[in-house]
Design a protein around this ligand. Sequence first.
Ligand code: NOJ
Length: 551
Amino acid sequence: MIEDLWYKNAVFYCLSVETFMDSNGDGVGDFEGLTRRLDYLHGLGITAIWLMPFQPSPGKDDGYDVTDYYDVDPRYGTLGDFVEFAHGAKQRGMRVIIDLVVNHTSDQHPWFQSARSDPKSPYRDWYVWSKKKPANADEGMVFPGVQKTTWTRDAKAGEYYFHRFYEHQPDLNTANPHVQAEILKIMGFWLQLGVSGFRMDAVPFVIAEKGAAVTEPKQQFGMLRLFRQFIQWRQGDSIVLAEANVTPEENINYFGDDGDRLQMMFNFHVNQQLFLALAQERAEPIVKALDDTRHLPDGAQWGLHLRNHDELDLGRLGEEEREQVFAAFGPEETHQLYHRGIRRRLAPMMDGDLRRLKLAYSLMFTLPGVPVVRYGDEIGMGDDLSLPERYCARTPMQWSDEPQGGFTKSDKPVMPVIADGPYGYRYLNAADQRRDADSLLNWLERLIRMRKEMPEVAWGAHTALDTGTPEVLALRYDWRNNSVLFLHNLSNSPREIAFRTGRDGAPLIDLLGHDHREVEKGEAFRVLMEPYGLRWYRVGGLDYLLRRTEI
Ligand code: NOJ
């Protein structure tokens, strides 16, 4: 496989333009502000930026309710500003992918307005209608507890329309060839403006059969092939990263048996099992999840995240397991959401314990796939639980100890900046952490640098080694005759482990510290792991760089 599949060994950083950096003092983040922060991202070692929706929107679902797919919301700037940003990212060697939200539009989108106003409108069939309220209208809500139904009557249309998500997000009838053609056109538009692909929102719903008569919607996987073919025809190195929280058995349908559908998916299975493992302080859930999701077609890759902008969805864990994760990381009712997840940010989930935060990060960077860092997590930002639903974890980036955390000169930021308590901007901000050699930010920067020098994780095959200690995960990767090994102690107590690397006699070089190891042939390595400790080793000595370039 050729190494210039850029996404195979990328480091993604996800951000919302609205809450990243305000350049003009109106309280709203904008493209100009983001462009000024490109050097920060580049310095951190990010290789690809994922922008959350920034198109015009009434903002009832933080931009996941689009009214115009071909523009920038004027609050964030202009298309010109977008292109400047895209150019700036390219100059620094960073790719850009953007959210593609085409399962639904906003109900304010002119297409829906036309569709509801006139049964003969060319856009009528772009949405999903029913004369009568379908029997299953109170099933399948994505936001239980907040969303009441999936079919709502529109007085003007005199019919019910389908919406998998909130009532103001009517589903597009994606089986309609005109809608499909429009989706391609939207992708083509942004490719032309410099993006390298899309994080496709809600993919299982985009490709599901929709309609009042559909009781068990089947997925139209052929559509994924169409998307793939189109973007690659337009621009060979463009990708889709799918948001599809499906079972391990279903994953392959999204990649395609021959890898002819989407290039990347978030590994939601590993994500949930990772938090279970952290809660139980046991490696096994991770080992099993890696096995469940081991087989990928050539050229496919996993995106790995810890927390994203939504709740930590634990919906696929057993009830008892979910309760264990709740008890460990989100015990209070206000921490939980939609009866299935945790809405807190990563740092408060870990009680601000730096050892545990680093452990979680290190796992994300060393499991098979590529890491997707969420803005603010690099400095350990907190949440504001007084904000509704998922907004609690979407507060503005804390740049400095200046008013409003340096995010804006306005005293009316678009979202409240966290000011008080241990996560407030006076104590926790990027500027301070840059000056502190021992900060989370500087640690993460080093981690990213090292991870980029370990292509084995992205390209190689992984094996879980037996450490004789259930709390310690030992993962070895092999690729082109090189091996790396990662150890993680998931428990809060020290653990001494003994293991064989499988490469007899080869020394272990500690890449993050000085705990190098050598053993006689036939002996087992012994390592004393501190509570929540971690080790990144290269197996086999320092000639790796030389050997790698020889190949
Ligand atoms: C998934 C997105 O991540 C979420 O934030 C959004 O509310 C829904 N899709 C609907 O677009």
